[in-house]
Structures are given as C-alpha cells and as structure tokens.
Design a protein around this ligand. Sequence first.
Ligand code: BV8
Ligand code: ZN
Length: 263
Amino acid sequence: MSLDLILPDSLVKAFKTARHVTVFTGAGVSAESGVPTFRDAHTGLWARFEPTALATSEAFEADPALVWGWYEWRRSRVMRAAPNPAHEAIVRLARHVPAISVVTQNVDDLHERAGSRSVAHLHGRLMQPRCFACGTPWRYPDGMPNEPEDGRRVTPPECPECAGPIRPGVVWFGEPLPADEWQRALGAAAGCDLFITVGTSAMVYPAAELPRIAAGQGARVLQINPQATALDSLADWNLVGAAGVVLPALIGAVFDDASPTTG
Ligand code: BV8
Ligand code: ZN
C-alpha cells in the first residue's frame, strides 16, 4: 500500500541538512512483520498474563517453563517473520545521510536481517540466550523451533557448564541495560540533529529518556506511530500511521528514492 505524503518543508529540510540521524525503534516497527508488539504480545493463551510481570527474573525463577515457553513462542514468531518495508526504509535512509544510528528496544533481529549495521539493542537480543546461573552464552539448536502452541510451558535447556537453566538473552524489568549499548544510545541521542522515534509507546525507562535527551540538546524530533504516545507534545512532527507505510513513503518523498526494498 503506498501513500502520498504531504510533508512540511521544515521536515524535508531537516532530513536534507541532517548531519547525524538517530532512528529509535520499538515493537511497532516489527508489527507489520507479524511480530506482535510487546503489549500485544499477549494474544491467545498468553492474554491472561501481564507482559511486564512475565518479563522479569522473578517470574523466571518462579516458573522457568512458563517464561521460557513464552519466549520460545515469540522466537518462533520472529524466526517465521521477515523484515518489513519499515526496516528496509531505515536501511535506505542510511544511504542518504552522512551518519545514522539505529537504536532499538526490540529483541528481534529484523533490523539486522534488513541490512542495518551496528544496531544498539537496549533490551537485549532474543537470539543470544545465556545461562541464568553462570552467564555462559548458549546457542539455540539449528533449524526452526516447532511453534509451541500459545501458552504452552517449555522446560528451559540446562547449561552445559553448570546445569543451571538457560534464560532468554533479553533485559528484564528490574535489570540494568547493557552498559555499552546504553552508552552508544546516549551518544546517538546527544549527537544527532534529527531524532526519529518509530513504533514505540515510550513508556519504558531509561530508553524513553532518549527522545527527551535529543530534544534537550536541540535535535528536531519526528514521531511515526498510528496511536498517540507520551511523545506527542515533544515531537516537532507527528506522522500518524503504520511504520511500514509511512517510512518508505517518507524516504521516497524526501530523497526521490523510489528504489525497491533492499534485496
Ligand atoms: C532498569 C525485553 C534499573 C523483554 C523489555 C518508573 C519510572 C521510571 C522507570 C521505572 C518506573 N517503574 C519501573 C521502572 C523501571 C522499568 C520501567 O521502565 N517500567 C515501565 C513499565 C514503567 N525499567 C526497567 O526495569 C529497565 N531497567 O530500569 O534497571 C537498574 C539499574 C541498575 C541495576 C539494576 C536495575 C529495564 C527495561 C527493559 C524491560 N525489557 N524488553 C521482552 O521483550 O520480553 S521492555 C519491552 O517494552 C520491550 O522491549 C519493548 O520494546 C519495550 C517498549 O515497548 P514498545 O517497544 O514501545 O512496545 P509497545 O507494545 O509498548 O508499543 C508498541 C507501539 O507501537 C505502540 O505505540 C503502537 O501504537 C505502535 N504500533 C503498533 N503498530 C505499529 C506501531 N507503530 C508503527 N507502525 C505500526 N504498524
Ligand atoms: Zn551455567
């Protein structure tokens, strides 16, 4: 579905004069790949759980099979998904600006599979599990996981080093963000002149500080989201719509870049 965007001259100018663009993404950028957003991740049998309660080390300690089962369900959704035009438009944008930083809250690898490089993952990576007890990295067996039915508990594998339970490689609520990724994200917010926030409800901290840090140092802020968020008043421009429709139309309109998606 294409879109004829009427863009404010100020936004076109901001793109064309930007020295450093930072793109900050949330679960909404993967929605059109069929990966449920974080707060929608509870469809079906998961609907009876509150994501913020399940995405904690306490929940994992209380019931490792329930939490591991939820992440296996999400991993199977991610592995069956493909990057969508939003991910691909961000890759195209990188070709038109002097410097770009991609900072994501998502734990999927769709930005990388679309071709984005050195993505900062603030909340970890689903595909990099490790031992809950000793931290030893663990590798999923090759091949597609069987799609655990919605809500099925799956006993986590045992660590080959200490027999502890393997946990998802994500940052749970109450856990600190990876220091190196957070430092990179802070630099990207502090050093950019155009900050684009796409597909995030901006409710999770400290990640949600980033748009405010960018605006605070004088960057212009563009938000792309079909819904209202806490950033509506902070943004200089709010493009209301789906990332997979708005982003390709925007990059095409600003840079006359009608090039097809990467591939
Ligand atoms: C920490 C990994 C300290 C797991 C995630 C009060 C104030 C400040 C902070 C806190 C507070 N109370 C508690 C805290 C701390 C807490 C927090 O922020 N809680 C929230 C609930 C208030 N934060 C933490 O615990 C963080 N750690 O603070 O540590 C510390 C320091 C030192 C030592 C010890 C501790 C850790 C936070 C990380 C949690 N992990 N994910 C997993 O994924 O399972 S966060 C989780 O939420 C996901 O990563 C997700 O990315 C993130 C944010 O959600 P969104 O991406 O925005 O997704 P959401 O579903 O909410 O929204 C989707 C959006 O997309 C919507 O706006 C929708 O309209 C839009 N959309 C839909 N379709 C589309 C679309 N947009 C565009 N196109 C579409 N097609
Ligand atoms: Zn171990």
